[in-house]
Design a protein around this ligand. Structure first.
Ligand SMILES: *Cc1c(COP(=O)(O)O)cnc(C)c1O
Length: 222
């Protein structure tokens, strides 16, 4: 049996320079996160607000907490004081609420826009055309307490590597288009790739992978 920190080290050795690792610790206990932390990992991803708040209270304060799941607007206030990056902004309504809560905390909160490229209907996110329309509208510029830093996506959960590659490639093309057209190249973060598909994601433009089960083992849902 290897420990989380050993698995993180071996994953990190396989990542090209410039690709950051978010260790997705949802549903896993404090002790495992502490082990990864002691091995040097500082970025952890969670997808439930209450769980993230509790873990944050129990663990070292220099951890960067990334919120990676679907975020309900009425819960933004609980993580606004400390969250380092919100990966999955899937509506203007949510962006507006993050801005409002960030202002209350005197912060600028970094976020990513979630783009829906997968075939599954259940996945959240802007469709590519919706994202382009939103950027074109300029509405995002009014939110001064959020800093939009890039895109996040999830590929279809399937075994078809070509399909997965096409979806990541679509996200990359969208990223480049938006970045060139409206951001002057200011966007930096391409968050895609999980335990099962991160090598494909890296070949198709990812520079931030979100890996859970490969590090911490299977999640036990309670
Ligand atoms: C759970 C989760 C992950 C990690 O999934 P693994 O397959 O365990 O690596 C990555 N991204 C998001 C958005 C998640 O919810």
């Amino acid at each position: 049996m290897t420990s989380p920190r050993e698995r993180i080290n071996s994953i990190k050795q396989s990542l090209p320079e410039g690709v950051r690792l978010v260790a997705v610790s949802k549903y896993h206990p404090i002790e495992m996160i502490q082990d990864a932390y002691d091995g040097g990992q500082r970025i952890f991803g969670e997808s439930h607000v209450q769980e993230m708040v509790q873990k944050r209270e129990a663990l070292p304060k220099d951890i960067e907490w990334h919120f990676i799941g679907h975020l309900q607007t009425n819960k933004v206030k609980y993580i606004a004081p400390f969250v380092s990056l919100i990966h999955a902004v899937d509506s203007e309504h949510l962006l507006k609420e993050i801005d409002k809560q960030a202002k209350k905390c005197g912060r600028i909160i970094p976020v990513l826009m979630q783009v829906h490229v997968a075939k599954e209907e259940t996945k959240f996110g802007f469709l590519p055309d919706e994202l382009l329309a939103f950027m074109q509208s300029g509405a995002w510029q009014q939110y001064e307490n959020v800093s939009i830093e890039g895109l996040m996506c999830m590929a279809t959960n399937c075994d078809d590597e070509e399909q997965i590659a096409r979806e990541f490639e679509q996200a990359k093309e969208l990223f480049d288009m938006v970045n060139g057209k409206w951001l002057n190249g200011k966007w930096k973060v391409r968050s895609w790739g999980m335990s099962d598909d991160y090598p494909i994601a890296i070949r198709h433009g990812s520079n931030m992978v979100r890996i859970g089960s490969l590090i911490f083992g299977e999640r036990i849902y309670k």
